[in-house]
Ligand binder design. Structure first.
Ligand code: C2E
Ligand code: CA
Ligand code: CA
Length: 602
């Protein structure tokens, strides 16, 4: 997600349309097209028509500052980039975009290339289609005072022109406002109808429901074509829920909004759950082997909130619900508070990395039989100066979204190496430590090399370091990840597959990846007291052992779970039943105080 702060007052290049409550003009149109074609999703920061560019830019709340023309002075610390030239009524105009430090790497180049490829004629065409913000066609007023015959003739001629113009405009609007993939309306379509349908009086009767389809996951599991098919299926299914006074639109690459007049709000959750269930039946209907992840956020319309803001917030919540594998959430004041916190964190995360606000915590692993500590997992914590201790569930998605997760991963790896070196210096040479890596980090072509260079600076037995790779690996990234794994293994470190058994990780992955260990996902352990649950885990452990792989269970919370795992020969256990994550200094003291010498490492 890339945030843009717009210029409300640079008509026709960019301006704030107060009636539609959104940015309009040439720039927003082109940025929306760029958004549809590229891997970035560009969203205008909702400002309700105020020019907040320098404020938002200074706080790094946005990635781009838009709508500077040749007459403006640029904000300090930025320089003009991604310039677009246009000719308006014979006058040459240029519009500039500035990038803040928060902008993802590579975005500038791609945007510049995109602008450079837009032909001048097309720019002129788009400018012609840009309606005046007042909406009053020039030239109508003089006609009113003209003489009768002349007036009649003139009005007649004008009417003809206007009718033709309107027809053309209607066609253009239809085209510009439609989503080419699903032929539903797009975000502009939603805005226009929202303006028409929703008033101060009937507002309380409307509900906005955002459906998020995890297209990233679909791209990982299948081809892009299959993901498109799923989106078309979703559009078709959701059409069945849109009444005559409702608006259904596809507002982003992975999001649908249904603006619905609710006769019975108590029923909303019910039919949304049913709709989600139908959306998930795609694989059964079309005999596909993958799952469709989808979730929704129900957003009752709020007094004084602009449409873009509501869509944005509902989208964030639906996406988060999807990540948590939840079905449907209802937007509340608490949600709003959480969103504001995320926004704040997003603005300061870069500085936090620079100022080492992230710290290493360690959660011990114990041997399943002896229950002795044998190793630990390195987990990051953010010690925020105002918010206190923050967990990865909050900041990892922010860092991933900002393209900065590799910086945290390398930082955590370096801290882990320093920890192992210190243990070795103190005479402990059999405590293994595992590190988490986001798949984006693992898929960087120079990942193995970077790690090697970093590890080289520390002295400890390499096999004590374990790299954990999470399940969700894209097919596209597979070969790079495999070669990184092989290079790392050759260098002596071990590899474990994290969250095994969740999503699509399966035993076939064990053939693809040269792994030393697998970590059974907490969800498998949660079900281990049921008959099928324990049968599945038992089979996994057996197969893993036959392949010579060490089996680790995560999220063990009770003694009964631990006992079942012992009975079915799990090797290593991690969970609150034994140890919670603790700061590295405490972990060091504990290991030095308690560890039993001679326990075998993973
Ligand atoms: P994970 O790799 O699955 O790590 C295990 C998570 O489960 C940890 O959460 C841990 O505190 C929690 N946990 C352990 N035992 C139990 C238990 O018995 N019950 C319950 N309910 N939870 C338990 P944490 O520390 O909040 O980390 C969450 C996730 O964030 C981790 O999941 C890992 O994927 C990710 N993460 C943490 N640090 C980093 C990092 O430096 N880089 C990256 N890329 N990801 C990280
Ligand atoms: Ca892990
Ligand atoms: Ca896990």
């Amino acid at each position: 997600m890339v945030y843009v702060a717009g210029n409300p007052d640079a008509y026709p290049l960019e301006y704030y349309d107060r009636e539609a409550e959104c940015y309009a003009g040439l720039f927003p149109q082109l940025l929306s097209r760029f958004s549809a074609q590229s891997r970035y999703e560009l969203v205008y920061y909702p400002t309700q028509g105020a020019d907040r560019r320098s404020h938002l830019g200074k706080n790094l709340q946005v990635d781009l500052l838009s709508g500077y023309t040749q007459d403006d002075s640029l904000p300090s610390g930025t320089q003009a980039a991604a310039v677009l030239h246009a000719s308006v009524q014979g006058e040459e105009l240029s519009c500039y975009l500035c990038f803040t430090r928060a902008a993802p790497q590579g975005l500038q180049e791609e945007l510049e290339a995109f602008f450079a490829a837009v032909p001048q004629e097309e720019i002129s065409g788009l400018l012609l289609e840009t309606p005046s913000p007042t909406g009053t066609p020039a030239g109508l007023y003089p006609a009113l005072g003209a003489l009768a015959l002349a007036v009649l003739l003139l009005v007649g001629a004008l009417l003809l022109i206007v009718r033709r113009y309107r027809k053309k405009l209607a066609k253009t609007v239809e085209y510009v406002e439609s989503d080419l993939l699903t032929s539903l309306g797009n975000a502009d379509h939603l805005r226009r109808h929202y303006k028409k349908l929703v008033s101060a009086k009937n507002r309380v009767l409307y509900c906005l429901i955002y459906f998020h389809v995890d297209t990233d996951r679909l791209h990982r599991l299948t081809s892009g074509d299959a993901a498109d098919e799923v989106l078309r299926f979703c559009a078709q299914t959701l059409r069945g829920y849109a009444g005559e006074l409702d608006v259904l639109a596809k507002v982003s690459k992975h999001g649908f909004v249904l603006l619905k007049l609710e006769e019975n709000p108590a029923q909303t959750e019910c039919w949304v759950t049913e709709a989600l269930h139908k959306l998930r039946t795609y694989p059964q209907v079309y005999k596909k082997a993958f799952e469709v992840s989808v979730a929704a956020c129900i957003y009752p319309l709020r007094e004084g909130e602009a449409l873009d803001e509501m869509v944005f917030q509902a989208g964030q919540e639906a996406r988060a619900a999807c990540d948590r594998q939840e079905n449907c959430v209802i937007f509340s004041d608490a949600t709003l508070k959480k969103l504001h916190l995320e926004q704040k964190l997003r603005a300061t995360v870069e500085q936090a990395l620079r100022e080492h606000e992230f710290q290493l915590y360690i959660q011990f692993y114990v041997d399943a039989k002896s229950q002795q500590i044998v190793g630990g997992e390195a987990l990051s914590r953010w010690l925020h100066p105002e918010q206190g201790l923050l967990l990865p569930g909050i900041f990892v998605p922010i860092l991933e979204g900002e393209g900065m997760i590799h910086r945290l991963d390398y930082y955590c790896l370096e801290s882990a190496c320093a920890f192992l070196q210190e243990l070795e210096r103190r005479g402990v040479d059999h405590f293994f430590l595992s590190c988490n890596f986001s798949r984006d980090t693992f898929a960087q072509p120079d990942f193995a090399l970077q790690c090697r260079t970093l590890i080289e600076r520390y002295h400890f037995p390499r096999e004590l370091l374990i790299f954990e790779l999470t399940e969700s690996v894209t097919v596209r990234q597979l070969s790079t990840i495999r070669s990184n794994m092989l290079a790392l293994k050759e260098y002596g470190v071990s590899i474990a597959l994290d969250d095994f058994g969740e999503g699509f990780t399966s035993f076939s992955d064990l053939q693809e990846y040269p792994v030393d260990g697998i970590k059974l996902d907490k969800r498998l352990i949660d079900n281990i007291l049921t008959k099928p649950g324990s049968a599945i885990v038992r089979a996994m452990i057996q197969a893993g052992h036959e392949l010579g792989v060490t089996i680790l269970a995560e999220g063990v919370e009770t003694e009964v779970q631990a006992q079942v795992l012992r009975d079915i020969h799990c090797d290593v256990i991690q969970g609150f039943r034994f140890h919670a994550p603790i700061p590295e200094a405490e972990a060091m003291d504990e290991i030095l105080g308690h560890i039993q010498q001679g326990t075998a490492p993973l």
